[in-house]
Each structure stands twice: as structure tokens, then as C-alpha cells.
Design a protein around this ligand. Sequence first.
Ligand SMILES: Nc1ncnc2c1ncn2[C@@H]1O[C@H](COP(=O)(O)OP(=O)(O)OP(=O)(O)O)[C@@H](O)[C@H]1O
Ligand SMILES: [Mg+2]
Length: 232
Amino acid sequence: MRAETNSQGHMFTISIIGQKGGSGKTTIAIGLAVAAAKVGETVVLIDLDPQANATNWSDRREGENPVVISAQVSRLRQTVETAKSNGADIIIIDTAGKNDSAAIEAAKVSDLVLVPSRPQMFDMETLPTVRSLIRAAENDPPAFVVYNTIHPQGSRIAEELKEITASFCGMEPCPVHLSERSSYAHAPSSGKAPQEIDPEGKAAAELERLYLFTCEQRKKGKSKHDEKTRRA
Ligand SMILES: Nc1ncnc2c1ncn2[C@@H]1O[C@H](COP(=O)(O)OP(=O)(O)OP(=O)(O)O)[C@@H](O)[C@H]1O
Ligand SMILES: [Mg+2]
């Protein structure tokens, strides 16, 4: 099957979860999906949010990569299987903020979980519970906090937050954070991602780095998998 023989060696599933609304889950899902599609991956974005922001976004765009599928949580496994058999290299799952059981179901089928958080107490204080939710998934996938809407001149603050993240919530920080930039807010209205309205812009560069981070995680996951197969 093509999914098993893509350039990176195996299909990879990332879910974007968090308890807080408006933390940037859909923004990151869209940005990563377009970053992966740009380098030739076949991308399926599964939208588990009844609000359907990602699905509406895809209705406003042209082209078939990423494919966006609006799905119900009860059909998630089947939807992932269908995406796999249709040749997806990467699946990105966008979730609703206020649905813990959906978040667990998404984590269960994922190789990597990203948890966006604004750099504010009301967001950050939910992170320990999110960590527990992810642990409730038997596969307990690696999970990283992605700080979002950092002030463009606030990278020192971002670095300080990253230093304390593991100790207060039990999740590692993603080394890449996203800044508050107008292109993140403007691009979706025309069915685009920031990379498509300003390819040389800073948001594009941030999303590219975030995508590369997910590629590193994918390689790590793959070498662990190969190691297990060798031992078996
Ligand atoms: N880095 C950013 N810079 C500027 N605006 C941003 C950024 N990230 C997100 N936004 C804006 O913040 C709002 C919330 O973002 P988004 O919809 O991605 O959050 P969400 O976590 O998916 O929300 P929900 O829980 O409702 O699904 C949107 O209007 C989005 O355009
Ligand atoms: Mg959303």
C-alpha cells in the first residue's frame, strides 16, 4: 500500500487537541496541512469539530490536497483507515476544544499530539488536565505544547515559558512557537494558509519549522518502530 512506502516510510497521524477554545487548533491544523502538502505529501485533515471551521475553510479553496473530511468521533477509526487506504502520507486531526472524550479518541489513533496554548494563565492552567487526558489513551502518544499568539517581540518570554512547561504540566514544549501575526487570522477567510498569501513571510517560516519538528518526531517514531520489529 502506498501509505506504507511513502518518502518518510510510514503514515503519520497528528492530532491537535486542547480543552481551551480559541487556542489555535484549527489555525495549526490548516498551517501544518498546507506545509506538508507543499512538499508533496498527500494530506488528509480530519475535522472532528461540529463547528467545522476546517471543513468550511476547505470549501473556500481550490485543489484536492489537503483533503478535508468532516467526521464524527464515533467514525474516527474508520475515517483514518479510509484515509490510509486512499494513500494518505499524513493525517491531521482537528478537534473541538470542549470535548474531552473526542480528544482521547483522537490521541488514541495518533503518533503525535500537539496542544496549542496561548501564553495566558487561563489557557495554561488547563494543560495538566490535557496531559491526563492524553495518558488515558492506551498508546500515550508523545505530546507537545505549542505556544501560540506570542508577541512578535516576545521570544524571550516564549523561551521562559518553554523552560517551565514540563514541570507544571508534564508535557514537553514544542521548540517552535507561533507569534501573533495578522496572516494567521486573515488567510482562512479566502480558504488559504499563511504560506499561500505570503510565502516569504514570518508566519510561513514558523509553520515550516513546526512542520519540520513533526518530521523529526516522525523519524524518531519510525526508528523506535524499526527497533521493535528487529527485536521481534
Ligand atoms: N498566531 C496567531 N496570530 C493571529 N491570530 C491567530 C493566531 N492563532 C490563531 N489566531 C486567531 O485566533 C482565533 C482562534 O483560532 P483557532 O480558530 O485556530 O482556534 P481553535 O483552537 O481552533 O478554536 P476552537 O476551539 O473554537 O476550535 C481565530 O480567529 C484565528 O484566526
Ligand atoms: Mg477550531
